[in-house]
Ligand binder design. Structure first.
Ligand SMILES: *Cc1c(COP(=O)(O)O)cnc(C)c1O
Length: 365
């Protein structure tokens, strides 16, 4: 194989949608209205429906969606928020901006999602004010079990769905379980804009109303400021129109991602590599992550065969330079996984012969 296999190929993705995307962009260009308008309103309706909730509020990106979403749930300075340390620091960034305190929970070694036994212990001990659950790699966590832990204590749960657009558990979509939930539409996400974008979804009308103030200067109405800690975090009309054009294809893209992941999990056979199990609709194949006791050598082996891989994520939040010395947290599973995980190419436009080549190359290692 002469050309490289990229970890993601957005040129191919654009080609597959160029007609509807260009029509959407053209429509906005001609409209004379470019920020928070009709496209945004329609997208909010369509995406709320897709998520099985009442309200969707478009914002500028997925990190703002976490921050503003948590603020709308009254998470504030000194609030203690349980979250994982293996999800790329986005939640930690949001919590830092709020002045809230991350309470890191270890992860399950198999799913790499929040360890519910550990969460249960922290909640029982008291002093957890909210929980952020990240559906990492596209795997919707067991929200019913989480809510069984948090509800008796009256603790709100926030879902970070930036990697899980369209994942379902017993037909219920990611984002429909929590008090509020965030999405990112960064270009590489399962539903991606052509630039930054994000949204918060919720069933709660009051939370949605607070979010509409928080994303636009704190305005309760034009030029009347009633919400504190607000900002400008709006979704562009061009991005909203592009997202509307792409949304009808999302389920088919997710099925293709899941199909590729299933093929990897059934065809990769190597004593030193562990693959995730074959999942159902609760997984939308955002990232396909294997573990390996000698990741560096596997990664080099793949690179020499023209296969580009990545690591999501190499440095756990509590070990980042910004947080060193600020706590003495130990998260044994999170720390061990950070040294073993490797992400293989998994996206709808990946061709059969390409993942065939990837599987053969891995099995030959
Ligand atoms: C991408 C991502 C975010 C942040 O989204 P941005 O739009 O890049 O700010 C948050 N959480 C997770 C899990 C992500 O993968």
């Amino acid at each position: 194989m002469t050309s490289q296999i990229l970890i993601n190929d957005l040129r191919r993705h654009f080609e597959s949608t160029s007609a509807v995307v260009q029509e959407a962009v053209e429509r906005v260009l001609k409209s004379g209205w470019y920020v928070l308008g009709k496209e945004n309103e329609e997208f909010e309706k369509e995406f709320a429906q897709f998520c099985g909730v009442q309200h969707c509020v478009g914002v500028a990106n997925g990190t703002d969606a976490i921050e503003l979403g948590l603020r709308a749930l009254s998470v504030g300075k000194e609030s203690r928020v349980a979250t994982v340390a293996n999800a790329g620091y986005y939640t930690t960034t949001a919590l830092t901006l709020i002045g809230a305190i991350p309470v890191y929970v270890d992860v399950d070694p198999q799913t790499q999602l929040m360890d519910l036994t550990h969460l249960g212990r922290l909640v029982a001990r008291g002093g957890v004010d909210a929980v952020v659950v990240t559906h990492l790699f596209g795997l919707l966590h067991d929200m019913e079990s989480i809510l069984r832990i948090t509800q008796p204590a009256g603790i709100p749960v926030f879902e970070d769905c930036a990697q899980a657009h369209g994942a379902l558990r017993e037909k219920r979509p990611a984002g429909s379980f929590g008090a509020a939930s965030s999405f990112s539409f960064y270009p590489t996400k399962n539903l991606g804009a052509l630039g930054d974008g994000g949204a918060v979804v919720t069933q709660d009308t009051a939370v949605a109303a607070r979010l509409r103030e928080l994303r636009q200067y704190g305005w309760e109405s034009k030029y009347r400021v009633s919400a504190e800690n607000a900002r400008n975090s709006r979704l562009d009309e061009i991005q909203a129109a592009i997202l509307r054009a792409k949304l009808p294809f999302l389920d088919a893209w997710n099925r293709r991602r899941r199909e590729i992941a299933t093929l990897y999990s059934t065809a990769i056979k190597h004593p030193r590599i562990s693959c995730p199990p074959v999942y159902g609709e609760e997984y939308v194949g955002h990232l396909y992550v294997v573990t390996c006791d000698d990741r560096q050598s596997l990664q080099q082996h793949l690179a020499s065969a023209g296969i580009i891989t990545d690591i999501h994520y190499p440095v756990p939040d509590h070990m980042q330079p910004t947080r060193k010395g600020s706590n003495d947290v130990r998260l044994p599973v999170t720390e061990e996984l950070a040294d073993k995980i490797l992400t293989l190419p998994c996206y709808p436009e990946l061709r059969d012969e390409e993942f065939g080549h990837i599987i053969t190359t891995i099995n030959r290692w």
